[in-house]
Design a protein around this ligand. Structure first.
Ligand SMILES: Nc1ncnc2c1ncn2[C@@H]1O[C@H](COP(=O)(O)OP(=O)(O)O)[C@@H](O)[C@H]1O
Ligand SMILES: [Mg+2]
Length: 227
């Protein structure tokens, strides 16, 4: 039996929008074993980003239980959640979210600036992460000097530099040409297969989902159709 990385039980999330209440996720159950690469599909507005935000501790559920790597994060305070997030989750965005005035090296270094490690150790980790994504030769370039595919590789290096067990990716190939997308998907798959990362990736692209071990569909607040 494989070890569990994510165990969601009866997770709901509601937002107040003016005088109405929107409930993108309702009594959701989800199990993801350690080391799985899971793709999440679903129409726009179906709650995919909301779910990633809950899994990554950016937001908390309205109700339900959310155990990640053995820790019940639904009950953590905002402050503890922030601490937890720093060494448990890496987030990869569709539009990379790199800091434009910083070099690739400095962008990847950011998540480590608050951790109690020496500068030498920090720099070594940044170099390892950039080597992993194949960008050692570009590390002193700023995002505007890089292609979209290279920017996303920097963002992946930033997501893994603190060595978190869980990575969440929100349409990571949505803004890339086919060739760059394939390279990013290969990289993400490699992170699961060779580095034991658990990955939850939202995508609109069936070809991207095909790179994953399993695909789930989010519809009307529920996860449907195992494949
Ligand atoms: N911070 C928020 N405040 C209010 N409503 C939100 C917020 N985030 C998401 N929603 C609403 O929740 C629903 C699901 O949104 P989202 O998770 O972004 O969907 P998806 O990523 O699948 O397109 C939408 O109706 C959206 O308007
Ligand atoms: Mg979204």
């Amino acid at each position: 039996m494989s070890e569990s990385m994510i165990q969601c039980r009866g997770v709901s999330k509601s937002y107040h929008k003016g005088s109405t209440v929107v409930t993108p996720l309702e009594a959701l159950d989800l199990d993801v074993p350690k080391g799985e690469f899971l793709a999440l599909m679903g129409p726009s507005g179906s709650g995919k980003t909301t779910l990633l935000n809950l899994l990554s501790g950016i937001d908390s559920p309205t109700s339900g239980s959310l155990v990640i790597a053995g820790i019940e994060i639904a009950k953590l305070s905002r402050r503890d959640l922030t601490k937890w997030r720093a060494n448990h989750v890496g987030y990869i965005f569709q539009l990379y979210h790199l800091v434009p005035v910083l070099t690739a090296f400095e962008n990847v270094e950011l998540p480590l600036l608050l951790s109690p490690i020496s500068k030498k150790e920090r720099h070594a980790r940044v170099e390892t992460a950039l080597a992993l994504v194949g960008l050692s030769d570009r590390m002193h370039h700023t995002p505007s000097e890089l292609s979209g595919g290279q920017e996303q590789r920097v963002a992946i290096a930033r997501a893994v530099v603190a060595d978190p067990p869980l990575l969440v990716a929100d349409e990571p190939t949505g803004d890339l040409d086919r060739e760059s997308a394939i390279r990013i998907l290969d990289l993400i798959r490699q992170l699961a297969r060779d580095h034991g990362k658990t990955i939850v990736m939202v995508t609109h692209d069936a070809k991207a989902a095909a790179a994953a071990d399993r695909t789930l569909h989010l519809e009307k607040g529920q996860l449907l159709g195992n494949s």
